[in-house]
Design a binder for this molecule. Sequence first.
Ligand code: BG6
Ligand code: MG
Length: 218
Amino acid sequence: MAQAKFQAAIFDLDGVLADTARFHYLAWKDLADKLGFAFTPQDGERIKGVARMEALEVVLRTGHMQHRFSAEEKERMAREKNALYVSHITRIDQSALLPGTLTLLPELRRRGVKVALGSASKNARIILEATGILPLFDAIADGTRASKAKPDPEVFLLAASDLMLDPGDCAVFEDAYSGIEAAHNGGMYAVGVGSAKHLPNADMIVKDLSRFHPEDLF
Ligand code: BG6
Ligand code: MG
């Protein structure tokens, strides 16, 4: 039998496993609407993978308002955005999973590949529980454990260390430019999930997880 190339798959959550990136976008757009400026889906690309307070800065910069608010006001805006976001994700179920999630994760586990989460989100567990996929993970590294935002590799390195594997043994699946950078900064292979246009830095691109063939990398 051929030697497996990678021993673990580390998945980003929003936009890779679950169709939740749009709820982040809608909740930030609601803030932009209230502040009176446009926040387009194209602008929304720049908050993908970015931790909450950094995402707020991206949104405010879009409206040229990054210097207008105090730290307390920014905390309040982030809290309100999160409350709206959480109200969306507590209503989701398995139907919010993206194509391929429910087939690929069990298939990898059958092959003896470790499966981990590497998400910037502090709300990751809510989504894993609501969609029923929590039991499919050997390790969970999320925004409640990592203090440095992607493109820092911290969250992926935490996942690899939980699995007791070297970064070079892990392949990361990401839909965000900053997430692909984070994987590379941690010395990991990066599969881009989405379009080559948004992810020119990925080592390999698949449209969604249903198009990925485990035998190519594992
Ligand atoms: C990432 C999303 O997964 O999580 C970002 O791609 C989001 O858009 C980040 O800002 C942080 O999420 P949360 O749930 O902790 O605000
Ligand atoms: Mg993502």
